[in-house]
Write a protein of this length. Structure first.
Length: 396
């Protein structure tokens, strides 16, 4: 097929040319003189994106899943109680990872179409008089449903009952696209992967670690070797790594962080809000519903769209593939019921409009009755107004 492939799944995302070119170079000596400056720039760039002045940054070859495991094995012992909220496939798997590490997980079942309600956090922690919960697992942006949880409100709920549990936050599909305030929100560990908002190929997991979590990692006795962040931090302070790092990814990461910095994080977040709203404006014009039920929890990095009960969303995906467009599938219990449009990372207005045009073709191909151009037109109308400087408001 001619032209480029539209990778509009919610990660991996499209790798911008600048990042690809930065990675297209000879592999350096990872113990050589180039490394310290590279590592230092990455650490300070990632701190800015995490919203942390002094958070410790540890990098691991791997992916978001490795970052889950690193977060858990460094802060918890087998047998420790943790509280988690099942609001989608990723929050469920984060809990499952903890269970496999031997932690005792209370997984609160909630509606998948919403986020983690702060009131629920407060109630659960209030009834834990003995402070048995050692940590809370929260997914900032639930990629299986397109729902963002309010981490600041969750922190306020924890503080309202003065509970000492660590706040461990997965922001794999949020960081670099959505505002994240590690320090201000009192997050203890935030984790991400390379292939979503950070615009790199898959292959790296990153964690930002606060003081309390750092102290905890000195006390826990959980077996860990590769994912032990203590030697990683030790070496990274000098600009090196205790393992062979994914060196070419490091060059790509430095370039991606420079791009975010040049655009300005505020502008990056505003762009994601604008493009996300354009996508959302299209959905009702297809006669379909956005899966997330609360507009204040709409994710600005992806939109999950429900198909009619008698349709199979995987057929929409297959039709989209025919025109060189990849959309996200329904995960877990949402298989066949939704498709997901990724709108994060390196992305602009024209790419969003092309994607929406492609979705219309795919829906039509599957016999879902739509009028061509209605969704695209609604997105264009919104973008035309947004370009003129109108504020970005969630659709009612
Ligand atoms: C993608 C993703 C993960 C898993 O990351 P991998 O890089 O696929 O291992 C975890 N959590 C969330 C919210 C994600 O979007």
């Amino acid at each position: 097929m001619s032209g480029r492939h539209f990778l509009q799944i919610p990660g991996p995302t499209n790798v911008p040319e600048r990042v690809r070119l930065a990675m297209d170079r000879a592999v350096p000596d990872h113990r050589g003189p180039e490394l310290p400056d590279l590592t230092r720039e990455i650490v300070s760039g990632l701190r800015r994106v995490f919203g942390s002045e002094r958070g410790e940054i540890a990098l691991f070859p791997g992916s978001g899943t490795a970052a889950w495991e690193a977060t858990l094995v460094n802060t918890l012992n087998p047998g420790d109680r943790v509280l988690s909220f099942n609001i989608g496939q990723f929050s469920h798997l984060f809990a499952e990872c903890a269970r496999r590490m031997g932690m005792v997980v209370d997984e609160v079942e909630l509606e998948w179409s919403g986020g983690v309600p702060a009131s629920e956090v407060e109630d659960r922690l209030r009834s834990d008089d003995g402070h048995e919960y050692r940590a809370l697992l929260v997914v900032h942006n639930e990629t299986s449903t397109g729902v963002t949880s309010d981490i600041a409100a969750i922190r306020r709920a924890i503080d309202a009952v003065s509970h000492p549990a660590l706040l461990l936050v997965d922001t794999v599909s949020g960081l670099g696209s959505l505002d994240f305030r590690f320090d201000e929100w009192g997050v203890d560990v935030a984790l991400t992967g390379s292939q979503k908002g950070l615009m790199l190929p898959p292959g790296m997991g990153m964690v930002c670690i606060g003081e309390r979590a750092l102290r905890r990692s000195e006390e826990v006795t959980t077996a860990r070797y590769f994912l032990d962040w203590r030697p990683v931090l030790n070496q990274m302070h000098a600009g090196y790594f205790p393992y062979t790092p994914a060196t070419l990814h490091l060059f790509g990461l430095r370039e991606a962080l420079r791009m975010l910095q040049e655009e300005g994080l505020e502008q990056v977040f505003a762009r994601h809000a604008r493009l996300a709203e354009a996508v959302r404006r299209a959905v009702p014009h297809w006669g379909l519903n956005i899966f997330c039920r609360n507009p204040s929890e709409y994710s600005n990095t992806l939109t999950a769209v429900q198909v009619p009960a008698d349709a199979d969303s995987d057929e929409v995906l297959r039709a989209a593939e025919q025109i060189n467009l990849s959309l996200g599938t329904g995960l877990g219990r949402l298989k066949g019921r939704i498709f997901r449009i990724g709108h994060l990372g390196a992305l602009n207005e024209l790419e969003v409009l092309a994607t929406l045009g492609g979705v219309e073709l795919a829906l039509h191909h599957c016999g879902i009755p739509i009028q061509f151009g209605r969704g695209v037109g609604a997105a264009q109308e919104f973008l035309a107004a947004a370009v003129r400087g109108a504020p970005v408001l969630a659709a009612d």
